[in-house]
Design a protein around this ligand. Structure first.
Ligand code: GAL
Length: 870
């Protein structure tokens, strides 16, 4: 099995594409938490082979460190590990030229860039994979003085990459030190001995061609999978200085959390370059904020260099607060390793005390059944590809949890940003994590070894996180490959025995199923009635629906803003139905709809190369389809009225928006006609209004037209915590242009209301920015949304005009300017990226013919704390 981060230790010119094994492997970065200052090291290929991993015998057992007696836990060593962000001041040279990784290559014409950075400019549609499927050169000069001028000359230096798409070769001062295959997992290169006190050159040759690296199978191309993979160094990079013996990994697992004696089992992986027979101390502490809950200090006695593992348990914790989706309480485990004369190293992980299990009668969290309610997420964004920084990654988790009321997300179909997962831990958003894949499994042994390696690296990266509840060890919708799936399951189980393995299947059959949790992508729909239905769960087996609703690869079953309103409302109807059906039988652990957000896909050939499957679009703006998610929240927390229609005149015949193909009849002056066969929708003019209120009072033009109650007589809706309302609304004449008023009542009291204006003469252009301030670090980004709105702020579909943006102040615009506002459907967004070291006021104004102008302001501020930059 090829190692993911290969130690090369040779001149690039003599580096073979498949260098020999070496145990001096670079190690993956520590993606754990912001304050995790340590590093970890990959188990070498040789160790894995010796342990029989390829034959399925399991993960290499690292030597156990002898723990000699306990010590007082009060020792206070001074950590010497340093961490430097390396996101800024890169030089991007475009396509790789022979020798462009050399110190002696003239890079004066290279473009200054900050990470994360995609190699090719992108729009919101029509992505052309040829634009990035090349080899590229990134260079970063740095002053080694800050790294070497520490007290201990024996310190080791690493560069950590959180993710580079697809393959990477790392070169320091003309020495190739590591290579890595695959775009979704971290890797590191050891630079020790190659860094000088003056100017150093770190060069990264990025190979973004369509390589036979999972998810792409051998002999397959870009169009073989349903998501684009734009190339580049698209996640964070750090430099780390650590002592000669340091903690390369920390796994902290809460155990027996529901008992009176919970404990934390801790596994510390030590990477030592010290002479054998070194004795040191390991201190492990459990902290609640700054409050010490428990600690244990032991003497560690190393007998060899390289990797070894120290295991211990923290007990006597007293009562602990549980982590749950409602109260995601986090604790910190901090390990400190100290060797006399070599210094000490600190590594932390955030943990949560929770017990999660899938049973035949559903999912249980902390002993209580919890219906899983969620969406799938791709990490693709318009303009930026996958290259979005922490703030934007975290925002997705906030939208899913706080706006769409999801308690679970599936990271389809690869390990996603550590920042996104950090937010999931903090917000209480449960996570299905899976190894990169999509449909195809190559028979090539090297390819299958990469799948095993990916599962290994994914579990190592995220096994301390409380949010992760499933390992996707079988790639998405793949055939049964007994040996491979047995191996990936075993690898996950040996690295983390606490979580089930699974893999989403496209067929509803137990034949060839060998995972712990049966996961099925259920896209059934009765085409006569238009209603959704689900296959039944299998008796005695934990069962989860991992995808539902979605889109089909042909028109008209997509949900773009320019599609007919009836079609957009249909998305809400279908998501409501599948979630209701999934709640009708406790054997369904829950359902994850397809999808949270639209994404760029090579398979959406007739749809601008965008899969319009999201309940929010790629800009993360909720569509009518999101209404049913928005309404599933206690009205005491947030009363919601979310209509799934636009209060507007139907377009005159023949004026359908570009690319739209109406498939439902829209009567003159009517907004929306549902045509499903469900009895609850018998009325031909019933509109769906998603709400958590008990009663709605509806007025048109000031006249009361309906008192509405939620649907309780249909299995298609009634099992929802807050079933929607189906309200017949009268048609109106163009001469009337009445307002619509919907009042929401709970317990006899009005708790909210919404007004919608039909008259387009009062429409305006609205603009909003997500953040009042961002950091002037060159990486930070915030989103600016612009929308055509009615007199009360509701989305107006608007089908003409280009929006022109004017930017002043220290920022770069990530987005199209002008933006095809009408073609997109009357709304859109761009992102603003700060400029490193340039604080100040940023102003973005927008102008649109007919709707006028709008403006937002953001302040860019220097980080008051944070990582040092070299
Ligand atoms: C599923 C697949 C998803 C997505 C969906 C439809 O089969 O797992 O990744 O492609 O179809 O768009």
């Amino acid at each position: 099995m090829p190692r993911q981060a290969k130690a090369m230790g040779a001149d690039l010119t003599s580096a073979s594409p498949d260098p020999p094994d070496s145990d001096a492997a670079p190690r993956p970065a520590d993606p754990g938490t912001e304050h995790a200052a340590g590093t970890k090291r990959r188990i070498s290929r040789r160790a894995l082979v010796q342990a029989g991993l390829i034959g399925g015998a399991g993960v290499a057992a690292l030597p156990l460190v002898a723990l000699v007696g306990s010590m007082s836990p009060t020792s206070e060593p001074q950590p010497t590990n340093l961490s430097f962000s390396l996101n800024t001041d890169w030089l991007f040279g475009g396509q790789y030229m022979a020798g462009s990784e050399s110190l002696f290559y003239d890079d004066s014409s290279f473009a200054p860039v900050a990470l994360p950075y995609t190699v090719a400019p992108l729009s919101w549609r029509y992505w052309d994979a040829d634009a990035w499927q090349q080899q590229w050169i990134y260079r970063r000069h740095f002053d080694g003085g800050a790294l070497l001028n520490s007290d201990r000359p024996g310190n080791r230096i690493f560069v950590d990459f959180d993710g580079v798409m697809v393959n990477a070769t790392v070169v320091i001062n003309d020495r190739a030190v590591a290579s890595h295959q695959g775009g979704y997992l971290p890797f590191s290169a050891e630079l020790t001995g190659h860094v000088t006190a003056g100017d150093n050159l770190l060069a990264v040759v990025v190979d973004s061609r369509c390589l036979p690296v999972p998810p792409i199978s051998y002999g397959h191309g870009t169009f073989s999978i349903d998501y684009f993979q734009p190339g580049g160094i698209y996640r964070d990079v750090r430099l780390q200085v650590v002592p000669q013996a340091f903690l390369s990994d920390l796994f902290a697992l809460p155990v027996d959390v529901l008992s009176s004696q919970p404990r934390v089992d801790v596994e510390c992986t030590i990477d030592s370059a010290l002479p054998p027979s070194a004795d040191g101390t390991l201190l492990v502490e459990l902290l609640d904020g700054s409050r010490l809950i428990a600690a244990q200090a032991v003497t560690v006695s190393l007998t060899s260099t390289g990797l070894s593992v120290a295991k211990l348990s923290l007990t006597g914790l007293g009562p602990v607060s549980l982590w749950s989706t409602e109260t995601p309480k986090l604790y910190t485990v901090q390990a400190t390793l100290t060797f006399p004369g070599a210094g000490s190293h600190v590594l932390t992980r955030r943990i949560g005390f929770r017990e999660a299990s899938f049973e035949p009668d559903g999912f249980y969290l902390n002993g209580e059944r919890l219906q899983l309610f969620g969406l799938n997420r791709h990490q693709l964004f318009p303009y930026a590809g996958m290259a979005m920084p922490a703030r934007v990654q975290r925002k997705d988790a906030e939208i899913l949890k706080n706006e769409f009321n999801c308690n679970m997300v599936r990271c389809s179909h690869y390990p996603q940003s550590p920042h996104f997962l950090d937010a999931c831990d903090e917000l209480g958003l449960l996570v299905w994590e899976e190894a990169p894949g999509w449909h195809d499994v190559s028979t090539n042994p090297a390819w299958q070894d990469l799948v095993v390696q990916n599962v290994h690296d994914m579990v190592i990266r995220d096994r301390s996180r409380p949010s992760v509840i499933v390992w996707g060890t079988r790639l998405n919708e793949t055939r049964y490959v007994p040996g491979l799936w047995a191996t990936t399951r075993q690898v996950a189980a040996q690295l983390d025995g606490s979580r089930p393995s699974s893999g989403a299947l496209a067929h509803h059959s137990m034949i060839g199923w060998s995972e712990d949790l049966f996961a099925y992508d259920d896209y059934h729909r009765n085409w006569k009635t238009g209603t959704a239905w689900l296959e039944p769960p299998f008796a005695g087996v934990p069962y989860l629906i991992t995808e539902s609703v979605g889109v089909y690869d042909v028109r008209p079953h997509h949900f773009a803003w320019t599609d007919p309103p009836a079609q957009l409302a249909d998305q809400a109807v279908l998501h409501a139905q599948v979630h209701s059906l999934a709640r009708s039988d406790p054997a369904y652990s829950g359902l994850l709809g397809w999808a949270g957000f639209d994404y760029a896909s090579p398979m959406a050939l007739d749809r601008d190369l965008v899969k319009w499957a999201g309940v929010a679009d790629g800009f993360r703006i909720p569509k009518p389809g999101a209404a049913i998610y928005q309404s599933q929240v206690d009205p005491g927390i947030r009363p919601v009225i979310a209509p799934t229609f636009f209060w507007e005149l139907a377009p005159p015949p023949g004026s359908a928006p570009p690319r739209a193909q109406p498939h439902a009849s829209i009567g003159a002056g009517q907004v929306r006609v549902l045509s499903h066969g469900d009895t609850a929708q018998a009325s031909p003019a019933a509109m769906m209004i998603a709400s958590n209120c008990e009663r709605l009072e509806v007025y048109v033009g000031g006249a009361h037209v309906a008192t509405a109650l939620p649907v309780t007589d249909s299995r298609l809706y009634s099992h929802l915590a807050y079933p929607p309302f189906l309200v017949p609304l009268p048609a109106f004449a163009p001469s009337d242009m009445p307002d619509l008023l919907i009042e929401g009542y709970v317990g006899g009291q009005q708790v909210t209301q919404i007004r919608m204006a039909s008259d387009p003469a009062r429409d305006t252009l609205a603009m909003a920015v997500d953040d009042a301030s961002i950091y002037a670090d060159g990486s930070d980004v915030t989103r600016v949304v612009f929308r055509a709105i009615d007199a009360y702020g509701n989305q107006r579909r608007y089908q003409s005009g280009e929006l022109t943006l004017t930017l002043t102040g220290p920022a770069a615009l990530i987005g199209d300017n002008p933006f095809a506002f009408g073609e997109y459907g009357g709304l859109g967004a761009v992102w603003l990226r700060s400029l490193a070291g340039q604080p100040g006021l940023i102003t973005l104004s927008a102008a649109l013919p007919k709707l006028g102008q709008a403006e937002i302001r953001v302040r860019s501020v220097l980080p008051d704390r944070g990582t040092q930059v070299v």
